[in-house]
Write a protein that binds this ligand. Sequence first.
Ligand SMILES: NC(=O)c1ccc[n+]([C@@H]2O[C@H](COP(=O)([O-])OP(=O)(O)OC[C@H]3O[C@@H](n4cnc5c(N)ncnc54)[C@H](OP(=O)(O)O)[C@@H]3O)[C@@H](O)[C@H]2O)c1
Length: 253
Amino acid sequence: MSCKIDYQAPADLLANRIILVTGAGDGIGRAAALAYARHGATVILLGRTIAKLEKVYDEIEAAGGPQPAIFPLNFEGATLKDYQDMAQTLNTEFGRLDGILHNAGLLGRITPFEQYNPELWAQVMQVNINGPIWMTQALLPLTEASEDASIIFTSSSVGRKGRAYWGAYSVSKFATEGFMEVLADELDNQPNVRVNTLNPGATLTQMRRTAYPGEDPETLRTPEDIMPTYLWLMGPDSTGISGEKWDAQPPRS
Ligand SMILES: NC(=O)c1ccc[n+]([C@@H]2O[C@H](COP(=O)([O-])OP(=O)(O)OC[C@H]3O[C@@H](n4cnc5c(N)ncnc54)[C@H](OP(=O)(O)O)[C@@H]3O)[C@@H](O)[C@H]2O)c1
């Protein structure tokens, strides 16, 4: 699937839209929250480190964006009740959701499978796929209340082709692709809710630095560089597109 790196989003692309971003305190999620707010969205900043979310909140306010909201949540310990309570709170506060960017993610360890710790495996699956799935179930009615909701799941190159030593991270991203297809097919008769996956590609963040400690950062795109596809897939210019696998940048040569 091609990417939309050259997309030029109109300034009011996301005006009056209410968009939830997970892992909004750092890396790609932070950049997406700022970009969505800059294009008019009211952004709900979800994450596990409140101080980071508060910084993003302040940046949005300082830039004159619509007042955001902070929703602290750790996918590791969150229960079904937490997701139901979350849906109730968001329903009371906003009444609908026009977008969800599932972005929070955990790398786990890059190590031979024979040495993979099962507890770490379960932790990665919890944060990268199980938590987001049950959160989505709780929030679906709120997206159905929108005229045009976009649900984006964050994938990875190793979620489209398996790679040695990437263990639970790779498997969780394959599961993400599979879940997106299941949900998109179920929502086929509901044109106001679309669901797609987006692979950011190699991007300069803490996760990338951990995975490739020896890499020259100058060779990487920044989270800000890849925002055009994030904007396009969240906004009305991609209405009607569902069940597809997108890339945020062209393959590296
Ligand atoms: N960077 C890349 O090259 C690359 C490539 C392919 C795919 N991706 C995917 O892109 C997404 C963003 O990655 P990134 O590179 O921006 O990583 P990052 O800088 O490590 O940011 C990850 C975000 O997820 C949050 N998070 C982690 N565990 C969480 C939990 N248990 N509950 C709630 N939030 C949690 C982190 O919160 P804290 O800040 O509090 O830790 C952080 O905000 C991930 O899904 C990743 O798999 C990235």
